[in-house]
Design a protein around this ligand. Structure first.
Ligand SMILES: *Cc1c(COP(=O)(O)O)cnc(C)c1O
Length: 386
């Protein structure tokens, strides 16, 4: 007996190679690329993605939380590859991180002191990335905090290895935030100068996410933390337009890694005048042929795609009609006479020459794309393909 999930995901090796080559060319040889794999590698799956990225030359990964760091560690093929936690790590997880050489952000004094204690206990230095508040007003030390943190770092070099000085920009993907980001850059540079003047020598100054790395080259410094670009998506349309305006051909240099497909479970005809699915959100204006597909919001297909989403069947683009249900969605296959039970339905990715990007689900914000990717459930099987 064979039991299947109702959909499956494929991850393209060629696309990742292409995107990393693009990024390396853009960033130059002196900038290290940290591959950001929070949110289950933006839905691509930490388990298949991490070894794939390593095989493509990546040797530094960034995650949000300790649990993700643990999963990355499990997936690693090369022992020297580094892992960094940019966000949440509980005090009682610090010893694990230190023991396993996982570096982590410190942005408040309690974590700093607990890290020192844990390092003393473990007998190994904690690898600290000091995060500065420069204007995002999320995490990051304000002036008094980093002054105090600097003192602790100076007094405990045996147990606290000052590895990085960093910050994060509040929306580098939108020109509307130009003034704010510029102010953040100035703040960071001013504080970095102070650290240098005090003879601190962290090896990694890092500030840039995908958008900043493209739009504000001086923010690249020693390392860039690249999430969305490596997966083949632009952080915003604006960044792509700005980048491609220097090109003769306006071709997108990135390729998407992910494709997500399911199969038709049933096909039937519906007469004009009938409603389709729950309620009255879709009225058949003509005689229709519809197909049901066993993918719904429980599988990560957002309800906001009701009457909006698209899919590919037999290389043709078709519409989602009616409400997205918990486990099913209905698509309009009128005029596709060959569409039958068992045929492949693609929600993201290629069929023949036709591509359905996440963003072609309609006029949705990029937030919807990030969200759709990261909400693809971990239990959908992911396969690496060429
Ligand atoms: C998510 C994240 C990134 C990567 O962002 P992208 O826009 O996907 O490149 C970089 N730095 C921090 C602190 C992040 O949280």
């Amino acid at each position: 007996m064979k039991i299947h999930t109702t959909s499956y995901i494929q991850i393209s090796r060629k696309a990742l190679e292409n995107n990393l080559a693009f990024l390396r060319a853009q960033m130059g040889p002196s900038v290290r690329i940290s591959s950001v794999v929070k949110g289950n590698a933006y839905g691509h799956g930490i388990e298949p993605f991490v070894p794939l990225a390593e095989a493509c030359g990546v040797n530094h990964f960034s995650v949000f939380e300790a649990n993700e760091a643990y999963l990355v560690k499990q997936a690693l093929q090369q022992p020297e590859t580094e892992v960094m936690v940019m966000g949440m790590i509980n005090n009682d997880e610090l010893a694990w991180a230190i023991e396993n050489g996982v570096s982590f952000y410190v942005f408040e004094m309690d974590r700093m002191k607990q890290a020192l204690k844990a390092a003393q206990r473990v007998g190994k230095a904690a690898r600290i990335h000091l995060e500065l508040e420069t204007g995002m007003n999320r995490t990051g030390f304000c002036e008094q905090g980093w002054q105090e943190a600097a003192r602790l770092l100076r007094e405990n070099t045996e147990h606290l290895r000052f590895e990085g000085l960093c910050t994060h920009f509040a929306g580098a993907e939108s020109i509307a935030n130009y003034v704010r980001v510029t102010r953040q850059r100035k703040n960071f540079n001013r504080i970095a100068k102070w650290f240098r003047s005090q003879q601190f020598t962290p090896s990694l100054y890092h500030t840039a996410c995908s958008a900043a790395a493209i739009r504000y080259p001086p923010t690249r410094m020693d390392m860039v933390r690249i999430g969305i670009l490596q997966y083949g998506f632009w952080p915003s349309r604006e960044i792509f337009i700005e980048y491609s305006s220097q090109l003769d051909n306006k071709r997108d240099p990135l390729q998407r890694l992910i494709s997500w497909s399911s199969k038709i479970m049933d096909v039937k005809s519906v007469k004009a005048g009938e409603y389709i699915g729950y309620g009255n959100s879709y009225l058949a204006n003509e005689n229709l042929r519809i197909a049901t597909v066993p993918v719904g919001y429980a599988h990560g297909f957002s309800r906001s795609l009701s009457n909006q989403g698209r899919a590919l069947v037999h290389g043709r683009r078709v519409a989602v009609i009616g409400m997205v249900n918990m486990n099913m969605v209905t698509i309009d296959v009128t005029g596709l006479e060959q569409a039958a039970k068992g045929d492949e339905v693609t929600f993201i990715g290629f069929q023949g020459d036709m591509e359905l990007s996440v963003s072609s689900f309609g006029e949705f914000s990029h937030q919807v794309n990030y969200e759709l990717l990261t909400r693809l459930p971990a239990n959908i099987p992911r396969m690496v393909v060429e």
